[in-house]
Ligand binder design. Structure first.
Ligand SMILES: Nc1ncnc2c1ncn2[C@@H]1O[C@H](COP(=O)(O)OP(=O)(O)O)[C@@H](O)[C@H]1O
Ligand SMILES: [Mg+2]
Length: 330
């Protein structure tokens, strides 16, 4: 089969007028290379499509049978939907979630409203257009202030956790003025952080549950911020599986699978939670385009810890996409 790979790579240099994490979500050349190698090892002919407007010509030229999509897209809260929407228009099957799922999950307030409507716990929040509009009414502190539609900890710093309304207002200023979008101000859950990897469709399979445990601070102060992610070897320890009581593990799995289905995820995703003082998993966000870098991405790391090799992981994701096409054409 000829498999196209759609992706955005980090530019070598970020223009000076952009924030330091402007291209944080994009993949490295190395990651693209690893996925290409895995697809070739599975016996496929691989063509690199990139992303952006050039992909239209690349698709016409290469005529792939299937596209393995990891493109984060460019600009706006629907950017992750751009490539899948184009592929749907052209009738080309692709791996991963559809434009609606990619859009609602990128917008954290929208995703949280949907998840809450399904009865799954998620921290209380408000959104603000500017620092001037900020009000602490209805919020209990501490809170965390994040851009409404970013990923990879873009716009999340150690200082994003705010203990007072004054600090929160300053972080709303930082987010809205730097990233030109609403700030979500969310109640901070002080317990352990976990991320859950899921693959599949009708009967999603939990690949692993991984605790991201801070090495240098207690959980109550831990933010998996840009600073921490860039220095993860020193800052965090991955525990997969975590040593939680069986009931907590079961509840994390129930919520993760339920939210995966509720948000319409396909083939693979990663869902982040923090566990509150009562052992309840509080939904933080869903990543239907989780990082696939073998040594760095949480999903490949947890798969590896659970005895699933990188090649098997890529193979399993691709097989789910293929059987979905065969069964329903969706
Ligand atoms: N409500 C919250 N309570 C506690 N920590 C949070 C909360 N929201 C985010 N965080 C911390 O900030 C990190 C990044 O936030 P997240 O919403 O996952 O954004 P991103 O899409 O950039 O990964 C999380 O991994 C977690 O450590
Ligand atoms: Mg996250």
């Amino acid at each position: 089969m000829r498999v196209g790979l759609s992706y955005n790579v980090k530019p070598a240099h970020s223009p000076a007028h952009l924030p330091e994490d402007a291209f944080e979500e994009y993949d490295s050349e190395a990651t693209v290379g690893h996925i290409c190698n895995a697809l070739s090892a599975l016996g496929h002919e691989v063509v690199r499509l990139g992303a952006g407007p050039g992909i239209i010509d690349a698709l016409r030229r290469h005529q792939p049978d299937m596209v393995f999509n990891i493109a984060e897209g460019e600009g706006g809260r629907c950017r992750e939907a751009h490539v899948p929407a184009l592929l749907e228009m052209l009738g080309i099957p692709y791996v991963g979630s559809d434009p609606l799922t990619l859009s609602v999950t990128l917008d954290k307030p929208v995703a949280k409203r949907l998840v809450a409507s399904g009865g799954f716990p998620t921290p209380g929040f408000r959104t603000f257009r500017s620092a001037a509009a900020f009000s602490d009414e209805g919020l209990s502190f501490p809170v965390i202030v994040k851009p409404a539609f970013e990923g990879s900890s873009k716009g999340v710093r150690l200082s994003s956790r705010a203990a007072t309304p004054e600090q929160a207002r300053e972080m709303v200023r930082f987010v809205t003025e730097t990233y030109h979008q609403d700030a979500i101000v969310e109640e901070f859950v002080p317990g352990p952080e976990v991320t859950v990897g899921i693959v599949g469709n009708e009967e999603p399979r939990v690949v692993g549950i991984m605790e991201i445990a801070p090495k240098k601070v207690p959980n109550e102060e831990f933010v998996y911020s840009l600073e921490v992610k860039r220095d993860w070897e020193n800052q965090v320890e991955y525990r997969c599986p975590p040593s939680f009581p069986a009931g907590t593990i079961a509840e994390i799995e129930r919520c993760a699978v339920g939210i995966y289905l509720l948000l319409g995820c396909r083939d693979f995703s990663r869902i982040d939670f923090r566990i509150d003082g009562s052992g309840v998993p509080q939904f933080i966000e869903c990543n239907p385009l989780p990082g696939l870098s073998p040594g760095y991405g949480d999903l490949p790391i947890m798969a590896d810890r659970m005895g699933v090799s990188y090649l098997s992981l890529i193979s399993e994701i691709l097989s789910h996409a293929l059987s979905r096409q065969e069964v329903s054409g969706r």
